[in-house]
Write a new protein. Structure first.
Lengths: 279, 412
């Protein structure tokens, strides 16, 4: 019997894998027309290396969010108090610096903007972002935040590589500096993965590719690395927003697993004792 | 003292008799293997779902305005609310994973054959109820995918000729999916369907203990008994199987808890990412996919792309999909084989069972992705092979050569 089961399952997986491999080629791009730094992949998101345990990063992210984003984007399923507790920001400090208007610590993080008016201004009401990281994934958010560029054809003068023709202005342009979409010569890649060379001269072959992002130097308050780090912090904060209890959950989960391992071991020993009766 | 108390009860309730019949003297075949664990694990999951469901109910708000926010309230503000919810979402997927294994076990070892036809039919009803529970429960969080899945599934009823449109309005209780629809699905999910499920599972177990468990050899263990009338190749359910099951439950819970605490989304299969957005009837998600456990049937629905006999393709797809779920119930009468277990059945039975498994997996995959012409053809082919297992069964089980079945169970 075991042979048959094995045969059936391996066959099933093989065929499934084969079929899926062949048919999944038509998958859509997750990150719009975003071009990677080396110009080799298009539409793939940058990896956001964030850490839910890094409180400093989360605090910086919260600071950016409350100052730059909260004007338009609510976090209406979360409460101020919980954020201050989770991020270990003292209550009074939080109240003074991160709460605007007459909102209370126990309130949900709502905004005053009327969605109907907002729709007239931006074409779409700015979405609530409490669960955005769950919806899009943190890689998407990080790539999106770093992919604005000047585009005169758009009503607000900016566009985004990840979310094309987005209605959102580049709120962080002062921080980042002026981003432009530019063309670059990049080396051609040969079939064997190396850089393609001219067979006669040995010269490296290049091709022009457009869509790289470049910042006009000296226009931003931050340099490129600082800005990237800030956007990682902001992404980290949004990931925390979607899953605020991740750290607690995983801690409890570890204890539960530990308990279950002991339980299972004991029940195995018991089972083994009883099994001796049978043969 | 204990004896006295038991006697008091026994005079008023068949307590000892029940315990003996269902636990301490229930004869379980000694050659039951790992496949026989799915049943007991299903009971465990049923308990998990009932318990977590009751606690979720304490904080959930069944209105179109409040449902989505109340889920986030459970996730954030209710103490350990996220554990309760993840228990329920992980439980839903576990329920289906296990019932598929449980059904496959029955198909492999011919557990539906005489005298277990009714047992099989009762099991099939629990599967139907589970499908309905899954669907109604999926709508309750009122996320984008909840809303649009409800839209797609309910619109299938609208494809029924003549009465479709009116039936659809009647089912929805409105001209579109609305809070009214949510309310009725909520009532089904928390009252009617669980009650029915518990009742049918109870009768399923009663029926099982009447006819006795099948085993991987498909032989009748009651043929050879010792001088006390206890079948030779069996062991009492308690304590031997209980100890065995306890160990299995431990292993199962390790996996369950690992998903629940560390991968609660299950890569988008346990909780779909699109459902992180509240329902919006003006904004259709890019592609609507059902939960993974419905995807084989969703693929069948989409595989029918042509109208026939004046019936629309959508209606025919609906019929094929419903038939795909319904056809399991006919198995006891489709199988003409003199032997039960696949171990002793002929090569054709083995081939078609393998083909069925492959079809099920491939259709399951095709149901999760957007359709392209190539994929539609694949779905059509595998829909046919899926049904071939059932519809050709009377022929191939009758004419194939089977291996001789031993009198007693085989160990090892």
């Amino acid at each position: 019997m075991k042979k048959i089961t094995l045969l059936v399952s391996s066959l099933a997986f093989l065929v499934t894998f084969f079929v899926s491999f062949n048919l999944s080629a038509a998958g859509g791009a997750a990150c719009g027309i975003y071009l990677s730094e080396d110009g080799l992949t298009k539409g793939e998101c940058k990896e956001a290396l964030i850490d839910a345990k890094n409180k400093a990063s989360l605090q910086r992210g919260a600071q950016i969010y409350m100052n730059y984003c909260l004007g338009c984007h609510s976090l209406k399923y979360a409460r101020y108090k919980k954020v201050s507790e989770d991020l270990e920001i003292p209550l009074d400090m939080f109240q003074e610096n991160l709460i605007f208007g007459d909102q209370k610590m126990g309130d949900l993080i709502k905004i005053g903007m009327d969605p109907k008016e907002a729709k007239e201004w931006f074409g779409n009401a700015p979405p609530d972002l409490t669960l955005e990281a769950g919806l899009r994934g943190s890689d998407w958010i990080y790539t999106y935040l770093t992919s604005f560029y000047l585009d005169e054809s758009r009503p607000l003068g900016v566009n985004n590589k990840v979310y094309e023709n987005v209605g959102m202005p580049h709120v962080l342009i002062d921080m980042q500096g002026t981003p432009r979409s530019v063309c670059r010569q990049i080396p051609l890649i040969a079939d064997n993965g190396g850089i393609k060379q001219d067979p006669l001269t040995g010269e490296q072959l290049t091709q022009e590719k457009c869509g790289f992002l470049e910042i006009d130097s000296g226009t931003g308050e931050m340099n490129a690395d600082e800005f990237d780090q800030s956007m990682l912090d902001l992404t980290n904060f949004l990931a925390y927003m979607t899953d605020p209890l991740k750290v607690e959950r995983e801690t409890i989960g570890t204890y539960v697993l530990l308990y279950l391992f002991i339980f299972t071991m004991l029940s195995y020993l018991l089972y083994r004792e009883f099994k001796k009766d049978l043969h | 003292m204990v004896t006295k108390m038991m006697n008091w009860f026994d005079d008023r309730l068949p307590l000892t008799a029940t315990i003996e019949r269902h636990l301490t003297k229930y004869p379980a075949p000694i050659n039951m293997n790992i496949w026989y664990l799915a049943g007991v694990l299903l009971v465990v999951v049923l308990v998990i779902q009932l318990a977590s469901g009751i606690w979720l109910l304490m904080n959930y708000e069944p209105t179109a305005e409040g449902a989505f926010a109340s889920i986030q309230y459970i996730m954030r503000d209710v103490k350990y609310g996220y554990i309760i919810r993840y228990m329920h979402t992980t439980g839903a997927s576990a329920f289906f994973a296990l019932i598929f294994l449980h059904m496959f076990r029955g198909m492999m070892y011919g557990s539906y054959q005489k005298p277990r036809e009714l047992l099989w039919v009762l099991g099939w009803i629990t599967y139907l109820l589970l499908c309905m529970l899954g669907f109604t429960g999926y709508v309750l969080p009122w996320g984008q995918m909840s809303f649009w899945a409800a839209q797609v599934i309910m619109s299938l009823f609208g494809s029924i000729p003549y009465i479709g449109e009116e039936l659809l309005t009647w089912i929805r209780g409105d001209y579109l999916i609305s809070g009214i629809t949510l309310n009725r699905l909520f009532a089904f999910h928390v009252v009617l369907l669980p009650l029915a499920l518990i009742a049918v599972v109870f009768v399923h177990i009663l029926a099982l203990h009447e006819v006795g468990s099948n085993n991987p050899d498909g032989v009748d263990v009651k043929k050879f008994k010792d001088e006390d009338g206890v079948p030779l190749d069996t062991k009492p359910f308690f304590p031997y199987d209980v100890m065995h099951d306890l160990y299995a439950i431990g292993v199962f819970l390790i996996f369950f808890v690992a998903i629940m605490f560390f991968y609660p989304d299950g890569g988008g299969y346990v909780i779909e990412y699109v459902n992180y957005e509240a329902a919006d009837n003006l904004k259709t998600p890019e592609h609507i996919v059902p939960s993974w456990y419905y995807t084989p049937y969703y693929a069948m629905l989409r595989a029918v792309t042509f109208p026939l006999f004046g019936l629309t393709a959508k209606f025919l797809g609906f019929v094929v999909m419903a038939a795909g779920i319904a056809i399991f119930v006919a198995l006891p009468w489709l199988d003409r084989s003199p032997v039960k277990s696949i171990k002793y059945k002929g090569i054709y039975s083995k081939f078609f069972l393998a083909l069925f498994v492959v079809s099920f997996f491939v259709l399951g995959y095709l149901g999760t992705v957007t359709s392209t012409p190539g994929r539609t053809i694949a779905a059509q082919i595998f829909t046919i092979t899926y049904f071939a297992y059932f519809l050709l069964m009377p022929i191939y089980t009758k004419y194939e050569t089977c291996k001789p079945v031993p009198d007693r169970v085989q160990l090892g």
